[in-house]
Design a protein around this ligand. Structure first.
Ligand SMILES: Cc1cc2nc3c(=O)[nH]c(=O)nc-3n(C[C@H](O)[C@H](O)[C@H](O)COP(=O)(O)OP(=O)(O)OC[C@H]3O[C@@H](n4cnc5c(N)ncnc54)[C@H](O)[C@@H]3O)c2cc1C
Length: 354
């Protein structure tokens, strides 16, 4: 979010400094599963369409596949899957949610275990996990933005407006501040703890190299029900492959896990869906936190109560898919353009800051 915003704002003539306390892509934006996919929520569909178009023209080394690979939603329980498919088919005809009988499924995806039920969605562009962040960072630099890594920052406000940011080097003035700090956004916006619409939901991914990876992105049914951090799903199987490397996911945990301790459970669950995971070479294990908002939708735009303070966070499991479209909306708001941030996505919906 931060890098896309820095790019759009700098290209529109703003003088931009981006502060990253760690290194670029240190958070979920560098450690996700790497799938641009439709978020299966009417309120987010337009932002997704806008994001896909912005990704197509991003450049700077970002190279999504020309066509979706398709998302296979799989389950061991046919009775639970079909109502989900019927619901998605009615709500999002463009996804062409199509049930696959066992023979068609096996022909389409021989890497899957026998006896699974599945439907396919016409979406899913696999990309390397940090690719979008790195490309937007390069674009932001090319447009003149300063990207300061290893520098934590916090907004400073006085008399009802933001005056700048505070870092270890002191206070620096700014006309506007956007907090795009993922799951850490709430604490930065309101250190008193009264405003807490965003919380972390930790995920672990195991990077594997499969001899015969699935051609589709594969997800266990259930992600579409993930609305907020309290929906403790614990673990859902997913597998996204790009250029011979597959991200096996993932957990949904309120507390930060020890990645190495969680990896065996992910591999064990994955085996039920993709037998080829047996004895596969584990390249790495990584964890990161989804910025989950209390209603499952991002918080975008100005925060009433503090003039000049903006938020771009809370994208939960869909931040890579929605980042550019959201950033474009927030950049417009920062620059004072009358922008169409829908009320259900506006940061203001959680009330003014005290
Ligand atoms: C396991 C997993 C898999 C996922 N897979 C996908 C996927 O396939 N497709 C998809 O669309 N989404 C996916 N997501 C969700 C997506 O990764 C996130 O929604 C998105 O990366 C959030 O981006 P962000 O910029 O808001 O936050 P982050 O990526 O968390 O970035 C916030 C940054 O702020 C920095 N920061 C924090 N505090 C400060 C401070 N005080 N000063 C300066 N910097 C600070 C952090 O270091 C961090 O780099 C996945 C998430 C997880 C956990």
């Amino acid at each position: 979010m931060g890098c896309a915003l820095a790019a759009f704002l700098a290209e529109d003539g703003a003088s931009v400094r981006l502060y990253e306390r760690d290194e670029l892509a240190a958070g979920a934006s560098g450690r996700n599963s790497g799938l641009l996919q439709h978020p299966m929520d009417e309120a987010l569909a337009e932002v997704y369409t806008a994001s896909e178009a912005l990704y197509r023209e991003l450049g700077h080394g970002f190279d999504p596949p020309a066509e979706p690979v398709g998302v296979l939603v799989v389950s061991e329980d046919p009775a639970s899957l079909e109502p989900v498919r019927v619901d998605l088919a009615a709500r999002f005809p463009a996804l062409r949610a199509e049930a696959l009988d066992p023979a068609t499924l096996h022909a389409a995806e021989p890497a899957l275990a026998e006896g699974l039920s599945a439907f396919v969605l016409d979406t899913g562009l696999p990309v390397p996990p940090a690719a979008a962040t790195r490309a937007f960072a390069a674009r932001a630099r090319a447009a003149g933005a300063q990207l300061l890594e290893g520098t934590a920052a916090a907004p400073v406000r006085a008399n009802g407006r933001v005056t700048g940011v505070r870092t270890t080097a002191g206070e620096l003035p700014a006309g506007a501040v956007v907090v795009a700090a993922g799951p850490w956004t709430s604490a930065l916006v309101d250190p008193t703890g009264a405003w807490r619409p965003i919380a972390p939901l930790w995920g672990v991914n195991v990077e594997v190299q499969l001899a015969q990876p699935p051609r589709h992105a594969v997800e266990e049914g259930g992600i579409q029900d993930l609305q907020h951090a309290d929906d403790a799903l614990d673990l859902l199987f997913s597998l996204v492959t790009r250029e011979g490397s597959s991200a096996l996911g993932s957990t949904f945990l309120a507390e930060r896990p020890e990645p190495g301790e969680v990896a065996p459970a992910l591999l064990q669950r994955g085996l039920r869906f993709v037998p080829g995971l047996a004895g596969t070479h584990v390249v790495s294990v990584r964890s990161c936190a989804r910025p989950m908002s209390v209603d499952g939708r991002p918080l975008l735009g100005p925060l009433p109560g503090v003039e000049g303070l903006f938020v771009a966070a809370g994208h939960g499991p869909w931040g890579i898919s929605l980042g550019p479209g959201s950033a474009r909306l927030v950049a417009g708001a920062v620059l004072g353009r009358p922008g169409p941030i829908a009320p259900e996505l506006a940061a203001a919906r959680f009330g003014p800051l005290a």
